[in-house]
Design a protein around this ligand. Structure first.
Ligand SMILES: *Cc1c(COP(=O)(O)O)cnc(C)c1O
Length: 393
């Protein structure tokens, strides 16, 4: 079985490009060029130079000794929290801004929910001196003031989406409308392994630097390239796709994807997409998503803004239904406790998204000699107020 996108962007039955006719030229231009451009030596050179000098890669693979002792197994943390801007998202935006430049685009649009992808996009637009418009729901703008300020400081224009529920899905609609109206000069930077083909595959390839580094770092530390398990949280699924990528076709490596169960899988307030999801179409892609019996997308909930998404990327839908991936749902409470645990045991304050991945060790047991790599997708600075409120600090 293949776990990579075929030429039409399908992972098994999931993926594809379900887009309005008016968007076809934009997606088609990207589809026809992305692999060719990514294969150019000058592209690879510029991409890796920026990952090194600007993002700060390779990020360390850190053996968490005290955490390992507590759970009686060997836990390594892939430190994406040490990337410039505090998370893995910048790996993708660096790749896409270079792609946009080679396609002759001189204007960037993006949508953002919590603002993390907006900041990562505004960052690379500042770096390249390219105009940047970020669409964001009016309600999210009010909730996420620090990230709105960051985007403005970085020179981006933040445009409020005022229709519908005034959140991420409305911002996405606005961004798509903009792209339809500006097909020639504008590139749309999508922030996860979601959206129509070729986005899921392109974003996964940019993020695959994570597992590429893990292989050589593990070889150095353990004398072997492959861990027994690799663990990552899944919102749309980009940090997980990057962490899993080079292990997908190695069945000896167990793949563990961790979703947000919010207040409980069956509480009506969760984002446990694979556990609750049905096949449907969201953002131009056929995948698993949370929906009502008549197909209306359900409003997701998680304490972590980055996991608060009603679908998963098509790769993850395929990993779930094919059984290649083990999917675990973690509640808000479990994640918050695991996050505080990492602070006390290792001196690392994780993003609440990443805390979901750390929370599996309480119930999911591993053997003493298992090597388990956890992708620490981001740092917790952005979540400080959440931690303060939750623990009454
Ligand atoms: C955005 C974000 C996520 C979720 O996005 P994916 O595409 O699923 O990786 C996870 N962790 C952090 C720190 C994030 O900022």
């Amino acid at each position: 079985m293949s776990y990579h996108a075929n030429e039409r962007g399908y992972y098994g039955e999931f993926g594809g490009a379900f887009i309005p006719e008016m968007l076809y030229p934009n997606c088609e231009e990207l589809r026809q060029n992305y692999l060719k451009i990514m294969a150019e030596p000058s592209f690879q050179e510029e991409f890796h130079q920026l990952l090194k000098d600007y993002v700060g890669r390779p990020t360390p693979l850190y053996f968490a000794e005290r955490l390992s002792k507590k759970y009686n197994t060997k836990i390594y943390l892939k430190r994406e929290d040490l990337c410039h801007t505090g998370a893995h998202k910048v790996n993708n935006t660096i790749g896409q801004i270079l792609m946009a430049k080679r396609l002759g685009k001189h204007r960037i649009i993006a949508e953002t929910g919590a603002g993390q992808h907006g900041v990562a996009t505004a960052t690379v637009c500042a770096l390249m001196g390219i105009e940047c418009v970020v669409y964001m729901g009016e309600i999210d703008i009010a909730r996420q003031a620090p990230n709105v300020a960051r985007m403005k400081m970085l020179g981006a224009e933040v445009r409020p989406a005022t229709s519908g529920s005034k959140t991420l899905k409305d911002a996405t609609n606005e961004a798509i409308r903009d792209w339809i109206n500006n097909p020639v000069d504008t590139h749309y930077i999508i922030g996860s392994v979601v959206g129509p083909h070729p986005y899921p595959d392109m974003v996964a390839r940019f993020q695959s630097v994570i597992s590429e580094e893990v292989k050589s770092q593990l070889l150095e530390k353990e004398g072997r390239e492959n861990p027994d398990f690799v663990v990552a949280c899944v919102g749309g699924g980009s940090n997980a796709a990057g962490a899993f990528y080079h292990f997908l076709d190695t069945p000896e490596v167990g793949i563990i994807a961790v979703e947000a169960a919010g207040k409980g899988i069956h509480s009506g307030e969760s984002a446990a997409t694979s556990a609750l999801g049905k096949v449907g179409i969201i953002h131009g892609s056929k995948t698993l998503l949370m929906q009502t019996p008549d197909g209306q997308i359900t409003e997701p909930y998680s304490i972590s803004a980055g996991l608060d998404y009603p679908g998963v990327g098509p790769l993850h839908a395929h990993l779930y239904t094919s059984g290649r991936g083990e999917f675990i749902s973690i509640t808000d409470d479990e994640a918050m406790k695991a996050g505080l645990d990492l602070c006390k045991l290792e001196g690392i304050i994780p993003a609440i998204e990443s805390s979901h991945a750390l929370a599996i060790f309480k119930d999911r047991k591993f053997k003493e000699n298992d090597v388990v790599v956890v992708n620490l997708s981001g740092r917790g600075d952005k979540d400080l107020q959440n931690y303060i409120d939750y623990f009454k600090l």
